[in-house]
Design a protein around this ligand. Structure first.
Ligand code: ADP
Length: 493
């Protein structure tokens, strides 16, 4: 059996239904939705959606595991062991996860193997280590009514966390939400994306095998406007962690605010990759190409505004175009493929619409711009040069393989252009000048600035943005603490 057929079989064999309180729950009354392969445009499987009853049951199971079950009483060290066991099983099934992710999302097979799965495993391991280090402080005060006091804080799990993930990298982004929440002692209800739910169903199977008590992790497949809405509006949810578009993020934030619940939002970006004249141009061209073409450009941190110093502009555009020319579009299961298909027809049409707008607004199309004549939601790797930062293709997140190249004159103008965006997620500086790197890293508005490497990922590093890129942080200590609530205790001695 070919690798593709084996992956398709795996997709058909998955329990395609909600996983609630440690049980797979089929319901003939609930609606179902098709999962489509973006490369063949064929149906992979049909998944039963979590309806209102399933959402209610998941919230009740998550609450019970926290309040009455063994999870709520478990030591941090024991939680850490479960997270380690989970990471181990994830690693053992990495090939299956990678194949399902390629099948479902359309990304070339190498990417989940070198990025998504190793990152997900590392994230569970990192937070396994945090589980017994969730500590407070002891705080000296002036006492109370003339008597000495002992005051201290404890960090308690925030409660039932609703984790809503996007379709571009559901396994990895799922791990960013699950691992810190579980390390902190929370219970989680994961709502995977309807466009790519398969690996999240496999995650539930792995959690079950790892030995998490029932109700600690629940997975509710379903569409955003139905299952998603039920979940974010449910009064039993204590915190929402969402990654997706600003439009949906606004709905999620409103629901969180209405219920006075904390929310973490990661909403993408229009991240600058700034190439200075003193940069190592080969390394920069490789990094910039990776930053806009990896995962078909469907990446929150995609370096979609490619800012290039005027004196090297033409040379750099040539180098970048040469890299684009080497991209091989194709089936993710063909070993030669370096770029797959966009996730669905809607996304492909959205990307093609932006390409049309780029042309109309007068940017120069250097390469790509077309939809190849074949099945699947493919779009060629595309570069626009001579763009201005006020063009639509420099302002709006395209979420596809479309780079907008903008020239700049000097450091001041580079910072001004970089910061002239409603997004502020990530930025990359390409320079060999140490002083320039550190000075400008401080001036560029972004949640994460990288120098001489596009978007280095590590579970120890906080991740998130501001403005239209969202609020709050995932990963690192900040990501752990975002799943806790601080309690102050004072004893009058
Ligand atoms: P896209 O438009 O590219 O699908 P979204 O931001 O809408 O991106 O999707 C991200 C995640 O948010 C998905 O899991 C999706 O199902 C979910 N979602 C979409 N709409 C809503 C909603 N109204 N309430 C809650 N979740 C939603």
């Amino acid at each position: 059996m070919s690798q593709r057929s084996a992956a398709e079989q795996l997709a058909r064999d998955l329990p395609a239904m909600p996983y609630v309180g440690g049980q797979w729950r089929e319901s003939s009354a609930a609606p179902a939705f098709d999962v489509i392969d973006p490369v063949t445009e064929r149906r992979l499987t049909v998944v039963t959606e979590a309806d209102e009853a399933a959402v209610d049951r998941a919230v009740a199971a998550a609450r019970a595991a926290l309040d009455d079950g063994e999870w709520g009483r478990m030591s941090g060290a024991a939680r850490g062991q479960l997270l380690h066991a989970f990471a181990q099983l994830l690693e053992e099934r990495a090939e299956d996860f990678a194949d399902l992710e390629s099948l479902d999302v359309g990304k070339p097979g190498v990417e989940p193997r070198v990025i998504d799965l190793p990152q997900a495993v590392a994230t569970f391991r990192h937070f396994a280590g945090w589980a017994d280090k969730v500590t407070g402080q002891s705080i000296p005060t002036g006492g109370y009514a003339g008597r000495p006091t002992l005051s201290y804080t404890v960090r308690e799990p925030i409660g039932v966390v609703a984790a809503i993930t996007p379709w571009n990298s559901p396994t990895m982004i799922g791990s960013w939400k699950l691992a810190p929440a579980l390390a902190a002692g929370c219970t989680v209800i994961l709502k995977p994306p309807e466009d790519a739910p398969l690996t999240s169903l496999l995650l539930a199977q792995v959690a079950e095998r790892a030995g998490f008590p029932p109700g600690v992790l629940n997975v509710l497949p379903g569409r955003g406007p139905t299952t998603g809405t039920l979940l974010i509006e449910h009064p039993g949810v204590d915190k929402i962690s969402f990654t997706g578009s600003p439009e949906t993020g606004r709905i999620v934030a409103a629901a969180a605010t209405n219920g006075f619940r904390p929310v973490t939002l990661e909403l993408g970006g229009k991240s600058p990759q700034i190439v200075f004249a003193d940069a190592d141009l080969d390394a920069a061209a490789d990094g910039v190409a990776l930053g806009i073409f990896a995962n078909q450009g469907e990446v929150c941190a995609a370096g979609s505004r490619i800012m290039v110093a005027r004196e090297i502009h033409d040379e750099f555009v040539e180098r970048l175009a040469a890299r684009a020319a080497k991209v091989v579009l194709g089936d993710p299961f063909d070993p030669g493929t370096t770029m797959g298909a966009l996730v669905n027809a809607k996304q492909r049409d959205r990307v093609l619409r932006y390409i049309r707008i780029g042309r109309e607004e007068g940017a120069r199309l250097v390469t790509g711009g077309e939809r190849p004549d074949r099945a699947g939601y493919f779009v060629e790797p595309t570069l626009f040069a001579g763009a201005a930062n006020d063009m639509t293709i420099a302002r709006e997140e395209i979420f596809g393989p479309v780079g907008t190249i903008i020239p700049f004159a000097d450091d001041r103008q580079a910072v001004a252009i970089a910061n002239d965006s409603r997004y502020a997620l990530a930025a990359t500086l390409w320079t060999t000048d140490l002083s320039r790197a550190h000075t400008l890293a401080g001036r560029v508005r972004a949640g994460a600035v990288a120098v001489n490497g596009w978007s280095p990922l590590d579970p120890a590093l906080p991740w998130g943005g501001s403005g239209f890129s969202g609020q709050g942080r995932e990963l690192g200590q900040a990501g752990l603490e975002a799943n806790t609530t601080l309690k102050t205790i004072t004893v009058v001695l």
